[in-house]
Design a protein around this ligand. Structure first.
Ligand SMILES: [Zn+2]
Length: 125
């Protein structure tokens, strides 16, 4: 497998990082909706997220209907931090396809220069 590749994010409104290990996940400009509910409470929907791995697709029945999703785990600490919408069966839910939900309690917003010395990520803003 070799070394995991970590991408850099540049977003002047702040970047979202993994609360556990500080790996950069996404930027504020990729935030699509703040009104989602995750396993641990409030969750955010993002257009794109980097530095994560996805599980095999699985069916999950949610309050908004049946979806094909993949669990999303941080590349830095391997912790599951949300999920990815692979496919939505209900036509009004199709906008979620290809987007990511991250649990708010497992991520944090950082501003300024974040330089994770000895860690896995560097975020320059
Ligand atoms: Zn992490």
């Amino acid at each position: 497998m070799g070394q995991p590749f970590f991408e850099f994010i540049n977003d002047d409104r702040g970047v979202y990082v993994c609360k556990t290990c500080g790996t950069c996940l996404t930027g504020s400009k990729h935030l699509y909706s703040t009104t989602f509910t995750g396993q641990y409470g409030q969750a955010y929907l993002f257009n794109t997220v980097v530095n994560v791995t996805k599980s095999a697709p699985m069916q999950r029945e949610m309050s908004t209907g049946n979806h094909m999703i993949r669990d999303v785990a941080c590349k830095g600490c391997k912790k599951t931090i949300g999920w990815f919408y692979e496919f939505a069966y209900e036509s009004e839910q199709v906008y979620k396809e290809g987007k990511y939900v991250l649990e708010l309690t497992l991520i944090s917003l950082r501003k300024g220069i974040v330089d994770q010395k000895g860690g896995n990520s560097q975020c320059y803003l």
